[in-house]
Design a protein around this ligand. Structure first.
Ligand SMILES: Nc1nc2c(c(=O)[nH]1)N[C@H]1C(S)=C(S)[C@@H](COP(=O)(O)OP(=O)(O)OC[C@H]3O[C@@H](n4cnc5c(=O)[nH]c(N)nc54)[C@H](O)[C@@H]3O)O[C@H]1N2
Ligand SMILES: Nc1nc2c(c(=O)[nH]1)N[C@H]1C(S)=C(S)[C@@H](COP(=O)(O)OP(=O)(O)OC[C@H]3O[C@@H](n4cnc5c(=O)[nH]c(N)nc54)[C@H](O)[C@@H]3O)O[C@H]1N2
Ligand code: SF4
Ligand SMILES: [Mo]
Length: 692
């Protein structure tokens, strides 16, 4: 029996697992003991990685839609040729930017490297990732506040923090191993701020059920009260931050009396929160999608950062304003996708970086892309406006997951070339495409992923590929070769080549990984960035900002703030209820293409879309458990849902798990103005019971 240690490629914890392989089969999956992240534990998804392609498995050859609507399987060479020649044709006819791609936070660092180099530098196409739907807010918040997209924490902080505040995060369901680290902490106080009494709220010491979308006002109110009571770290503020006086003057307007009714909390509750922050010795703040997916999300994330800065809760053990990442390599996508900044960071018009990157990649500077991609929403809008004609979707399922997802359905019908690269041929997106490129799942791939605490870890193949099977990396390489890109054909043959290019791009950047060899990650404890060449790795748990130095020009962090905006989606007489959405259960992953193969999960979860409704609203509307309702949304769409009663949702609010395509049929196209992250967490809706 052979043992292969590899990383789970679902969530951004990146647990490591030992796969035991015998006769070409995985016979046992055991969470790696001693791995700093998950030390012998994991959730059901990681334990079931061996289930991929056991029930649903595509034909391993590319599939091309014929004029009569039928499909034809072709050889890989033909598949590569088809994609390459059609892309070049469309660019010739309509210009380089008529071609776009949407990738993901679920590819490896090496796949980002080769794909970004081919699509952005060589082809000058627009490429965005579904990290836009997820982490864009944190990226912009970090860049503006800290000068670089550098989350500073290490997961051990959860075990040593005495006051842990989760804001718009539900780790009991979404990051079970992270929650496991909280449970290991003997001296914790856990506080949850969420309009819903989430699974995490139920397990917390204190829950603040705020009014939907009122976080920014609450956070400014807390800041003002901390200032009023002089609960501040003056030394830290003076030495390590910019714009505090302006911030102080700005929040003076946010008295507890004013803020409490806006947030739906008692004044006493806000005072209690302020006391918790003041009395804690090691206070940590953790946020996820309840903050990131809003119309004023960047400022809300920064309002959390401001609290950590003003109380000096940053850069010390057990503290921090910590953004929890979603997908296994969202962090890698943020640094290495070549979409909004160079590989390893830096703006495309930064002359020094241009020179460095050209040298690192061994190409002429003129080859490098010179501007950021247009964002995801604009890609879809431009397809619908007839400006973008070709789209290549890799490792994401936007027909289901995109906001207001009928706009994606419309986009699919307008494309001249629609390529989908997925491990399944029957997803809501892949079943509609012109060219389907089947990729093998993570158990047959190699590369690197980076988790939420900046830890690089190895993905290594447990199983060998069968005849005609291809990995994502090989598919990108094949298309690049068919495009005639000699640079890639000669220099980017293997994932290790791509790793080395990416590594070279990080030299002297905050994410410098020049001290890591590709092989160092194998059977390792993972390595957090940065690790510069010549530096010794002394510790398994490292945090940034311990010296109080940030990545801005004067090395101080910025207080960022702005007047809260009016919610662009208001409940009204026509649409009187709030429609909130998020993760449903530990076993379900996003659009469920993968987790439907896990029997313990698929047997236990609902096959139909459902919403949670408060019993008092149900009573008022004469609705019973399991009734079917038609929900209509302010985006003009409607869909059917089964009703499940729950005291955990507020009276005027419904909560829908995102794992059903109906959910995003109802979400209106609203975005944060800085990050362009969709404001997924709210639609205004009405409903009526469907007669059985
Ligand atoms: N089992 C499972 N785990 C996953 C995933 C999965 O699909 N399934 N997906 C992964 C990914 S990519 C991500 S991004 C993470 C997401 O992880 P989380 O963000 O923790 O999960 P969500 O359920 O999307 O949202 C968290 C909470 O935000 C709350 N919320 C909504 N509106 C507001 C608001 O106005 N204010 C506040 N304070 N809270 C609000 C919701 O009620 C919800 O409880 O999970 C990761 N882990
Ligand atoms: N209403 C609402 N909508 C949301 C959210 C919300 O909270 N509310 N959350 C948003 C967030 S945070 C996220 S991250 C998105 C997630 O949305 P998606 O990224 O669309 O969801 P997934 O189901 O993870 O899609 C991944 C696809 O890649 C395929 N795949 C898996 N492994 C591989 C591989 O190795 N190679 C290739 N080529 N394909 C592979 C899977 O089969 C699947 O089709 O959803 C967003 N949508
Ligand atoms: S917690 Fe996340 S990384 Fe760990 S096994 Fe579960 S899905 Fe995989
Ligand atoms: Mo996400």
């Amino acid at each position: 029996m052979r043992k292969v240690q590899s990383s789970c490629n679902y969530c951004a914890i990146d647990c490591n697992m030992d796969f035991y392989v015998e006769d070409g089969r995985i016979v046992k999956v055991v969470p790696t003991k001693g791995y700093p992240v998950n030390d012998g534990f994991s959730c059901v998804k990681g334990l079931s990685l061996d289930k991929q392609h056991t029930v649903y498995k595509p034909n391993p050859l590319p599939r091309i839609k014929q004029e009569d609507g039928t499909f034809k399987h072709v050889s890989w060479e033909e598949g590569y040729q088809e994609v390459a020649s059609r892309i070049l044709e469309i660019q010739e006819k309509y210009g380089t930017e008529s071609v776009a791609a949407i990738s993901t936070g679920q590819m490896t660092l090496e796949e980002f490297g080769i794909f970004g180099h081919m699509m952005r530098n060589h082809l000058k196409a627009n490429v965005d990732g579904n990290t836009r739907l997820c982490m864009a807010t944190s990226v912009v918040a970090h860049k503006q506040s800290y000068g670089f997209d550098a989350p500073g924490f290490t997961l051990q902080d959860l075990e040593i923090s005495d006051t842990i505040i989760f804001i718009g995060a539900n780790p009991v369901v979404a990051h079970p191993i992270l929650w496991g680290r909280v449970r290991k902490n003997p001296n914790k106080k856990v506080i949850v701020i969420d309009p819903r009494r989430s699974e995490t709220a139920k397990n917390a010491d204190y829950w603040y059920g705020i009014k939907h979308r009122s976080d920014l006002t609450l956070l400014y109110g807390i800041a003002n009260e901390l200032i009023r009571l002089d609960y501040l770290d003056h030394e830290f503020i003076k030495e390590h931050t910019n714009q505090f006086e302006e911030f102080k003057a700005f929040v003076a307007d946010y008295s507890i009396e004013k803020v409490a009714p806006i947030c739906g909390l008692e004044e006493e509750q806000i005072r209690e929160l302020v006391d918790f922050i003041h009395n804690g010795e090691r206070v940590s703040f953790w946020w996820t999608m309840g903050i990131n997916q809003g119309y004023e999300a960047v400022r809300s994330a920064q309002a959390i950062i401001n609290l950590a800065l003003m109380t000096g809760n940053i850069g010390k053990p057990g503290t921090g304003a910590n953004s929890i990442t979603g997908q296994s390599n969202a962090m890698g996508s943020r640094l290495f996708s070549n979409t909004t900044g160079f590989f390893g960071g830096g703006d495309f018009d930064n002359a020094t970086r241009r020179e460095q990157i050209a040298k690192a990649l061994g190409v002429e500077e003129s080859l490098l892309i010179d501007k950021p991609t247009i964002p995801y929403n604009q890609i879809i809008e431009n397809i619908n406006a007839g400006k973008i004609k070709a789209l290549w979707v890799v490792c994401t399922n936007p027909r289901h997951s995109w906001i207001n997802n009928d706009t994606f359905r419309e986009a699919m019908s307008k494309l001249e070339l629609f390529v989908v690269q997925d491990i399944y041929e029957d997803t809501d997106t892949s079943k509609e495409c012109h060219v389907y490129l089947p990729a093998v799942p993570g158990t047959k791939k190699e590369g690197t992923v980076i988790n939420m605490e900046r830890r690089l870890s190895a993905v290594r193949p447990c199983l060998t590929k069968e005849e005609n099977e291809r990995s994502d990396y090989e598919i990108f390489y094949g298309v690049a070769k068919a495009l005639g890109l000699k640079d890639i054909e000669e220099n980017w043959k293997t994932p290790k080549d791509a790793f080395n290019f990416m590594r070279a791009c990080t030299e002297n950047m905050p994410c410098d990984i020049t001290g890591i060899e590709y092989e160092d990650l194998e059977n390792s404890k993972g390595i957090q960035w940065p690790l510069k060449k010549g530096c010794l790795l002394k510790d398994d748990q490292r945090r940034l900002y311990e010296d109080g130095k940030f990545f801005t020009a004067n090395q101080k962090a910025n207080f960022m703030f702005e007047q809260p905006l009016d919610n662009p989606i208001q409940v009204s007489e026509e649409y009187p209820y709030i429609f909130n959405s998020g993760r449903g259960t530990v076993g379900q992953w996003h659009t469920q293409t993968r987790t439907r193969e896990i029997p313990f999960v698929s047997d236990a979860v609902s096959q139909d879309a459902y919403v949670y409704m408060n019993p008092s609203l149900a009573k008022e509307k004469q609705i019973e458990d399991n009734d079917i309702i038609e929900i209509s949304s302010n985006n003009g769409q409607s869909a059917l849902f089964v009703v499940r009663m729950s005291e955990d949702v507020q009276e005027r609010e419904l909560y829908a798990p995102i794992h059903y395509i109906e959910c995003n049929k109802l979400t209106p196209s609203v975005y944060d103005k800085y990050s362009k992250e969709p404001s997924y967490k709210m639609a205004a809706v009405n409903f009526r019971r469907k007669e059985k």
